[in-house]
Design a protein around this ligand. Sequence first.
Ligand SMILES: *Cc1c(COP(=O)(O)O)cnc(C)c1O
Length: 399
Amino acid sequence: MSFNPADKIQDLQYFGEFGGVNPSISDSSTYTFLSAKKMFDTFEGNAEGCYLYSRHSSPSNLYLGQALAAMENTEAANVTASGMGAITATLLQLCGAGDHIVSSRTIYGGTYAFMKNFLPKLNIHTTFVDSTKLDIVEKAITPQTKVLYCETVSNPLMEITDIAGMAALAKKHNLKLVVDNTFSPLAIAPVSLGADVVIHSLTKFINGSSDTVGGVVCGTQQFIDDLRNVNDGAAMLLGPTMDSYRSASILKNLRTLHIRIQQHSRNALFLAERFEQDGLKVVYNGLPSHSGHELYKKMYNAEYGFGGMMTIDVGSLDKANELMELMQHRNIGYLAVSLGFYKTLFSAPGSSTSSEIPAEEQAEMGLSDGLIRFSIGLDNDIERTYQMMKTCMQEVGVL
Ligand SMILES: *Cc1c(COP(=O)(O)O)cnc(C)c1O
């Protein structure tokens, strides 16, 4: 990666109204105009720097959007009330009735459900493929295809997609490549590898405190303007607007993202190496045994490591549940969905976050019942955590 996203975030300087070190929160849904003509121009999209109505944009949301655009090396960004708000608005902006999407089959459960169950109501259909195989992706492209969709590191299987390879296919067939980069902020910058649009659920690592949901779409100024267009912009008309108080608090948390990601990555690599040595079935992109390890290394900024997500397959759902309950009892972490918290979070995705995916399809893609997904926390002494986890595993008989 030719730029450091954390430096780009750091270089942005905003002051509050009274010289505050944080920008003021815009506590208004609507904005006054000094002249009626200016209001008309703003509706027409011709008044740079004027605010209209907070569903369209607000100063607080623009600050956060600007910082996230800097992080993803895009011209602009639009923050949304949730990650799903970003994903649904983007797909509905890019696709209309009769259009087709080629998507990775291992994606966030909500995204899968939206493509599989909701978009067909609008006559938008999706073919789900193994996006680690570019020839299979290309074969699925039809004359109706408008979008290629994948996650950099997939949820929950931790598959790595070759973003540059996908971007080359998108270019060749005149498609837009949309990448959900929620698992790898700072570490990977998909637009630098050729992606057109990058999405994050801010709910996860970027906010990092499990106190809100949020999302962002990063792309060209033109695409972000299109999303916000008062006549046909999906972000404007569907209304997935983030509240200013939340965007202000997420911006403050973004300031520590680089430090947190480094610690999440360090801790996850430590545990993954140890548990693999102990003979467990660990899937972590930082392990040389991971099929996407070398590919990830080609794309990443080494400073931020391999991220905080890993899975361990303990053989059966019963064992997984027993282990997770015990680990929670010992305060190693919480039995909860979501990720990117200071505390380790774990869940069995087959029966939770990916339960939207039918059992046969889960089996086909290798999502087994005994799989536990871990979002490794910011633990200060990870050796101590390892010993505690190991004791739990021995007690339930998976080690
Ligand atoms: C959580 C998540 C989403 C959805 O984001 P919300 O903020 O919950 O709407 C999308 N993609 C990935 C990879 C996620 O982990």
